[in-house]
Design a binder for this molecule. Sequence first.
Ligand code: NAD
Ligand code: KPL
Length: 305
Amino acid sequence: MSSTWHILGAGSLGSLWACRLARAGKAVRLVLRDRQRLQAYEQAGGLTLIEQEQPRHYAIPAETAQADGPIHRLLVACKAYDAAPAIAGLVPRLAEGADVLLLQNGLGSQDAVADLLPQARCVFASSTEGAFREGDWQVRFAGHGFNWLGDPRNPALPAWFDDLHEAGIPAEWTVDILTRLWRKLALNCAINPLTVLHACQNGGLLGHLAEVHGLCTELAALLRRCGQPQAAEGLEEEVQRVIVATAANYSSMYQDVHAGRRTEVHYLLGHACRVAARHGLQLPQLEHLLQRLVEHLRLRGLPCD
Ligand code: NAD
Ligand code: KPL
């Protein structure tokens, strides 16, 4: 079985992972959207990763989804709404027993991908690392963090896991990956939409703590109802800690809206509200928050899903 890391999505996180794996001597290939993107990439001659103000160039080979050859190990680094459509184009190339690592934030996209890939093992990741694109094929490593990886259907550690340590990618295998993803989703639901609606940095929510309290109460009820009581423990305290620790930052959703980019609301607050409805759980404050957010996006001509 080939040990090449194919990386679908050469954006912020995809490039960060690709460069670290490549510099550790791992075989890496980028899978780009189409021939036009491939041509532009080939003209640039590779990816540039900027770490502590030091740019370093990595001439990582690339191809399109239509290239030949089986894929045994795939890192999907697209946004949540792009993950399943992007994978659909690669299905014929995925080998029986392939490993597919899903880096998407929120929940819902992982199951959509797994449904398309009965022949593969899907590993879910929750990342607190930070990176952003400074230009085409140029990414800045902006915040050290951590990656939790796990497979809800199979607790066994994958054979490739050591590649991550060798590449200096901070990661731990967990059997509770869904708890991690739910906890991060809840944090994002309690903070991100309010920063958009109040047009503020995370610290601005210190002036709206009653609203944050109401949301945390409902989110904790949802987590308990959907079998994630651990993710509910101390939620409000952690939300307040994050608000204080990141007071000067703009949330990722705020940044997306500000830049006129599509948000991942469908896989965050939207997912929370859909799961609550499926459980017959009424969460009026979360539902009202979603309505206000959708209206806000609609008025700015941004997709609401
Ligand atoms: P990004 O927009 O920077 O990169 C996504 C890339 O996927 C883009 O280059 C896009 O062109 C590419 N893509 C989309 N469809 C494709 C297709 N069909 N074929 C090939 N490429 C395709 O996104 P990102 O910031 O790296 O985020 C990826 C995921 O990681 C998101 O779910 C995000 O929430 C999560 N995340 C990001 C960060 C971060 O700091 N950037 C941190 C934690 C979690
Ligand atoms: O993850 C975040 C984001 O901005 O997406 C934090 C900083 C935790 C706020 O929810």
